[in-house]
Ligand binder design. Sequence first.
Ligand SMILES: [Zn+2]
Length: 457
Amino acid sequence: MAGVNIADEISALCYDHYRTKLPKQGQPDTSKEWTLMAAVIQVESTEGKTDIRKVVAMGTGTKCIGQSKLRKTGDVLQDSHAEIIAKRSFQRYLLHQLSIALSGSQDCVLVPGNDTNKWMLKPGVSFVFFISHTPCGDASIIPMLCLEDHLCPTSTAASEVMPLLCGPNPSNKRKQAACAHNSNNKKMKLDGSNQETEPEEKKESAAFIPEPIDVFRTGAKCAPGEAQDRHNPGVDYHTVGVLRVKPGRGDRTISMSCSDKMARWNVLGCQGALLMHFLQHPIYLSSVVLGKCPFSLQSMERALYSRCKNVSGLPKGFQVHTPQILQSHLQFPHGRDALRKADSARKLVPCGAAISWCAVPHQPLDVTANGYKQGTTKKAIGMPQSRSHICKVELFHAFLHLLENLSQEQIPESLRELKTYYEYKEAALSYQEAWRQLREQVFTSWIRTPRDYLNFS
Ligand SMILES: [Zn+2]
């Protein structure tokens, strides 16, 4: 399809879905808030025909709760970053698809696999992951170069980067000076226009060679046990390629960054352990598409799969999957950069709500804040109505409900005589073996949810 930019088409499809299918309640109040958005797009390719693409899951959100707010009952959403909400919503979608398949209907994306009671994706079906911004953690550590320079691997024009560079940072002037330099040795202002350099800048940029002069930073801290950030000014601020933990407000989190979680999906699939009981192969993402934002293909590749590329001994069907990474020219209108561009004086904070949507017939939406349905009072915490459809216990119960409706012959052997969520997850042997290999070989500092938070039933 010459002349058609697939990344732009995917992002336009997602922005349209966001605008028309998600409730205003849960979206940011754009006079003061921004959010992040992620989605899963199902693609059906038939030879000789145009691909059919549809959004099957979407998530928004920017927050993650601290360790002290976790619950042993699995009824709180721990991590509400958009990517994670979208992925959990996608699992809910897949669970629904599996229930259709098990009912004998062919109107779904799963077809019988080679092994008894195992299913696989219908030939020609694949899934694309869209994110409005680079995932937090390693993928967001992006070298800042002379951004109008063609040698520059980042795809963002200097004009969009400017607001980020002009924050209250003591080294700001140095960054501007270096960034105002391009390979022709002509001075360029951040708005792209050429001009004579101020004497002070001249002095500072005299020794400059066209190499990264700084990095975009991530709020995610290196996990304990990893090489730590050096925090030196400029390019040496962060250590790259290491596991990171999401920041929390005062209360530390035990959630790994979205870059790390996505890297894990590229080995274990996005379906999770429970669904793996019914699947012949893990479900990998064919591509990852980003909205317009500061971006480096190199950082994305490093974060999402290069650091796992030597993992060996994976069980049959598992691999280090390398999705295609693409960036769109279209910016998410409710993201921080877009809103700042519209009004640079506006004070913006991340939106506290998260929206989950997926293509299921009953209650496809839920809006949460602090890990519970929006509007949940302290007293109502623990009641069924306070739970998100995609929290651990709800997804688990949806899975158990599916099992209840099956005949004994339809239930995979691996699922007999189990009780707790932990047991159901552990019994997915190939998945757990792949996870063990990944953890032992690369992600040795991964912080695992303590077992007593998984013993609910
Ligand atoms: Zn994140």
